[in-house]
Every structure is written in structure tokens, then in C-alpha cells.
Design a protein around this ligand. Structure first.
Ligand SMILES: NC(=O)c1ccc[n+]([C@@H]2O[C@H](COP(=O)([O-])OP(=O)(O)OC[C@H]3O[C@@H](n4cnc5c(N)ncnc54)[C@H](O)[C@@H]3O)[C@@H](O)[C@H]2O)c1
Length: 311
């Protein structure tokens, strides 16, 4: 079981670390364009082997894709964050160029790999990867909903003052502050709807905190978060490599599900050895349906900025 992670920055390296110490894969390759950076991160992780008790082989590479050959899963975290004065279109243009060329290079050496897209704006980068590579839709998975759901469950557990692992909940829709939809109606504490314990006002606050979860961390850290994003990628990769068939909200290409087509956006999926094994088309109520349609409109508007890259 071999995993390649492109981008050995905060999210990529944390993801490699989690995959290694949880023994999810037997081999991990970290790749970055920064000379020596991926090699350094890989060596540092390897030196935790004896203290953490794993034997996963972790190696680094400066842009040499031959080292990634035969990967079962490839994860794309390469990209740049938005800089002051940069328009959204400029950011999309730069990251789209990076993601497209990285995806193509990866597939030259690992033609059967399942591709996990993390780079932002993630739903748009997932759509780009699917269109640019021509891969079947089960093999292109955008990671965002797993992270947003973990934040949702954390805020719910704090509001309830109950253990986080007794809480179930999902966030669907676009992976953005204004586009994600925490499904408070379906969230549960050990099978009991959380609305039995929390007032509507408290649930609204949990949803609002979840939606700005990423921005809250960026304000505190000065850059975007990495522990929960890296762990969420590892959780997704685990379900693929070990064919766990977990239901995880992921950004996937829709063809009529949830009333949407020709878009990648977050919906619950069964994740196994074939990537997206099934899209779970749950019944949303009228309010959730309206929010989902609005979210899809926003994601579609971003996808429009891809025209020059996809031309
Ligand atoms: N989907 C999510 O839930 C989620 C969560 C957090 C961050 N992100 C996104 O993930 C991406 C990475 O975030 P980060 O905090 O790790 O950033 P980072 O700057 O720490 O790491 C990015 C790395 O990508 C490398 N890189 C850039 N261009 C490359 C190329 N062409 N080939 C190989 N490597 C290249 C850089 O050298 C850098 O080391 C960002 O786009 C961020 O917005 C997504």
C-alpha cells in the first residue's frame, strides 16, 4: 500500500505523519518543489519510528515523480494561500495551474491511483482534476467534508459537554465559510437527536462556529490549520486503502444527485478500495435543499474561473 503526498507543507507533512504512525500504508512518498524540504520532513517522520512503533517507509523527493510510481492513493496538497491584494480569480488561476500539472505528473507514474484533492478552493480544484485528467468520477475525491464534520462534532461535544466520540454529525455542501451546511437536524448524541439537549439558539451557534471553523484558526495561527486537516486526509485514505466503506462527506462529481449536475461538491459517500463506492442521496428538508442549491451556485461561480485553465 503506497501513498504519495504532494506538498510537504503543514497539511501534507501532518497527513504523512498520521498515515505513518497509524500504520495505514506501508510506504509514503512526500514530494515538494522546495529543494530538500520533503526529504527533511520524511527523515524527521522516519526518526519517530522506534518511539511510536511503526515500520512504514517514508521518503521525500524534490519534484522527482519517478519516486511516486505505483502509488495506490495520491494526495494533492500543493498550492499557495491567498495573499493580500490577490483576487480570488488570481488565486484560482495559480493553484489550478499547480494542481493540474501535479495531477498529470502523478498519473503518468501511477495510472491506477485514486486521487485525493486537498488544495483550495477544494471543490473547484476537485472539479478541475476530474475534468483535466478524464479519470472516472469514483477516483477523484475532494477532502473537506471530513474536516468540517470533525469540527462540527467538536463544537457539538463542547456545547453538550459530552465526549466527542459519542457524537455523530455531518457537514455537506461547499467547503467554504458561507457554503458549507452543518446538518444540525440529523446530528445525534448516541443516537438521540441533539435537539433534545440543545436549544435552537445553541444549535445555530454550533453551526455558525463550524462554518467559520477554518477562519477562526487562521486568525489564531496566522495561517490555515494542519492537525485536523492532516488527520482528516489520513482518515479518508484509511477508508480507501483498508476498504472500510465508511460514510464520509466528500466533494464528488454529481450527475443528478441532490438535484445537481456537472459540479463537485460535498455529499455523503461510501469510501472504499474503489474510492467513491456510492453517493448516499439522503432526503433533505426544504430549508436544507435551498441551502444546498445556494451552495452549489457559489461553487459553480468559482468553477467558471477555470475556463482558461481547462480550455
Ligand atoms: N481541503 C481542506 O480541508 C484544507 C484544509 C487545510 C488546508 N487546505 C489547503 O491545502 C493546501 C496546503 O496547505 P498548507 O497549509 O499545507 O500549505 P503550505 O504552504 O504549508 O504547503 C504547501 C506546499 O506545497 C508546495 N508546492 C507548491 N507548489 C508545488 C508544486 N507545483 N509541486 C509540489 N509542491 C508544491 C509548497 O512548496 C509547500 O511546501 C492549501 O491550498 C490550503 O488552502 C485545504
Amino acid at each position: 500500500m503506497k501513498v504519495t503526498i504532494v506538498g510537504a507543507g503543514n497539511v501534507g507533512a501532518t497527513c504523512a505523519d498520521a498515515i505513518a504512525y497509524r500504520r495505514i500504508a506501508s510506504e509514503i512518498v512526500l514530494l515538494d518543489i522546495r529543494e530538500g524540504f520533503a526529504e527533511g520532513k520524511a527523515l524527521d517522520i522516519m526518526q519517530t519510528q522506534t518511539t511510536l512503533g511503526f515500520n512504514t517507509k517514508v521518503s521525500g523527493s524534490t519534484n522527482d515523480y519517478s519516486k511516486t510510481a505505483g502509488s495506490d492513493v495520491v494526495v494533492i496538497t500543493s498550492g499557495i494561500p491567498r495573499k493580500p491584494g490577490m483576487t480570488r480569480e488570481e488565486l484560482i488561476g495559480i493553484n489550478a495551474g499547480i494542481v493540474k500539472s501535479v495531477a498529470e505528473s502523478l498519473l503518468q507514474h501511477s495510472p491506477n491511483a485514486i486521487v485525493v484533492v486537498v488544495s483550495n478552493p477544494m471543490d473547484t480544484m476537485t472539479y478541475l482534476t476530474l475534468k483535466a485528467t478524464g479519470l472516472p468520477k469514483n477516483r477523484v475525491i475532494g477532502m473537506g467534508g471530513a474536516l468540517d464534520s470533525s469540527r462540527f462534532k467538536t463544537y457539538l461535544s463542547q456545547a453538550l459537554d459530552k465526549p466527542a466520540n459519542d457524537i455523530h454529525g455531518m457537514v455537506i455542501g461547499g467547503h467554504g465559510d458561507t457554503t458549507m451546511i452543518p446538518l444540525t437536524r440529523l446530528a445525534a448524541y448516541n443516537g438521540v437527536p441533539v435537539s433534545e439537549f440543545l436549544s435552537a439558539e445553541k444549535l445555530d451557534k454550533v453551526a455558525a462556529d463550524t462554518m467559520v471553523g477554518g477562519a477562526t484558526l487562521t486568525a489564531l495561527l496566522g495561517t490555515s490549520a494542519w492537525y485536523a486537516p492532516g488527520a482528516s486526509v489520513a482518515y479518508l485514505v484509511d477508508s480507501i486503502l483498508n476498504d472500510q466503506k465508511k460514510m464520509i462527506p466528500c466533494s464528488v462529481f454529481l450527475e443528478g444527485e441532490y438535484g445537481q449536475s456537472d459540479i463537485c461538491i460535498g455529499v455523503p459517500c461510501i469510501i472504499g478500495k474503489n474510492g467513491i463506492e456510492k453517493i448516499v442521496d439522503i432526503d433533505l428538508n426544504a430549508d436544507e435543499k435551498a441551502k444546498f442549491a445556494k451552495s452549489a451556485d457559489a461553487v459553480r461561480a468559482m468553477n467558471a474561473d477555470l475556463k482558461s485553465v481547462l480550455a
